[in-house]
Design a protein around this ligand. Sequence first.
Ligand code: PMT
Length: 400
Amino acid sequence: MNDLAGRHLVLGMTGGIAAYKTAELARRLQDHGATVQVVMTEGATHFITPVTMQALTGRPVFTDQWDARQPNNMAHIDLSRAADAIVVVPASADFIAKIAHGLCDDLLTTMCVARACPLLVVPAMNLQMWAHPATQRNARQIADDGVVVLGPASGDQACGEIGSGRMLEPDEILDDLIAFFQPKPMRGRRVLITAGPTREPIDPVRAITNHSSGKMGYAIARAAHEAGAEVTLVSGPTALATPRGVVRIDVETARQMYDVVMREVAGADCFIAVAAVADWHVIDASEHKLKKAGVGSDGPILKFAQNPDILAAVAARPTAPYCVGFAAETEDLHANAESKLARKKVQLIVGNHAHEAFGRDDNALTLYDARGRTTLERADKLVLARQLVAAIAERMATAS
Ligand code: PMT
C-alpha cells in the first residue's frame, strides 16, 4: 500500500551494526511511496557503504558537512527543508547525547538542530550503553524536547548479550512511521475492540467455530491506534500478529470474551464489536475425547445454551461507551442491520455481506446510524478501517 505516498524522508544513519537493517528499511519506505534521502555519519560508513544506500534509494548520499554539491553549500539546511521528517536509524548513544545537548559537529547533527520538521530516532546499542544513566537522561531529554523515540526493543544483541537496546525491526519502524503520519482524531480516547472467531469446545480436541480470520478487527485496532487511541483488542483464536502499540488479550470462548470485555470496558470511550461471536455453547462439553464407539452411528447429540450478548451487555451499562456493532449477513443486509441497530441499542452498526467479508483481505461496509446509511466502497481492510475510525471519531466528537 502507498501509505507514505508523497512523503519525503531524510534517513539519518549513525555508527552501529544495526545499520545493515536500515538498508532493508530504505527499500520498504520506498515500497510504501516515500522518497528517501540518506545522510550518514562518518561512523555509519564503517558499517555499510554510502554506495549501498545510494543504490537502494537512487539518490546521492550525503556524509560531509562541507559537501560542495549543494549550490549554496548549506546541505544541513537544504536537505531537511524539503523533508516531512528526519528519521535516524540506527541512533547511537553518541548521537542521542549530541542531540540532547544541541551539538552540531557533523552534517547529521547540524541538520537535526537546524531542522524545521519532526525528528524521530530509533536507538540501537549494547544494553549497558542503553541502561547507562547518561543515555537514559539524554533519551528523556530529547523526548521532552519533542523528538519521537521509537524503541528500543529487548532481545539478542550483536555483541552476544541479551537485553534492552536492540533496534526495532524494519517492519516495526515502518509501521510506526506510517502511524506517525496518520491524523489523530482519536487522541486521548480509550477504545476496546473484539475480533476474530470464538471457539466453543465439544470435547478436548473438537470445537464449534466460524470463518472469521480477525483481519477486519485487527485492521480496526491498528487504525484506532494510528488515530491516537489507547487500544485494547480482545481476540478470539487467529493467526495474526498484534498491531504495534495495541494491547491484546486472547480468549477462546464467547463466555471468556464476555468476561474480559466486562472487565476492560470500564473507562473505555468506545467499544467496537467486530468479533463473530458464537451465539451458543455446548452444554457439558466432554472432558475426554468422544469415541466413535461410545456415541453410536448417529453421532453425538449435543445440547446448547445461549451465550451472553457482549455488545448488548456493554450498550446496556449505565455509563456505556460509544458502541459500534457489526452485522455480517447473507441476505437482506439493510433490513437486518437496521433491526440490529434498534435491538442492540447501539449508536452505530457496520454492515457487510458475509460471503464477501469473512477471511478476505478486502471488504465493503455500510454504516447505519441516526444519520441514515453511509457506504464505504470496497477496499483493503486497513483502508476501510481507517475510514471507519475517522467516521467513528467524528461522530464521537459530535456526540460529546
Ligand atoms: O474476521 P474477518 O475474516 O476479517 O471477517 C470480518 C467479519 C465478517 C467477522 C466482521 O466484519 C463482522 O461482520 N463481524 C460481525 C459478525 C456478525 O454478524 O456477528 P452477529 O450478527 O452474530 O453479531 C452482531 C454484533 O453483535 C456483532 O458486533 C458481534 O460482535 C456482536 N455479538 C454477537 C453475539 C454475541 N454473543 N456477542 C456479541 O457481542
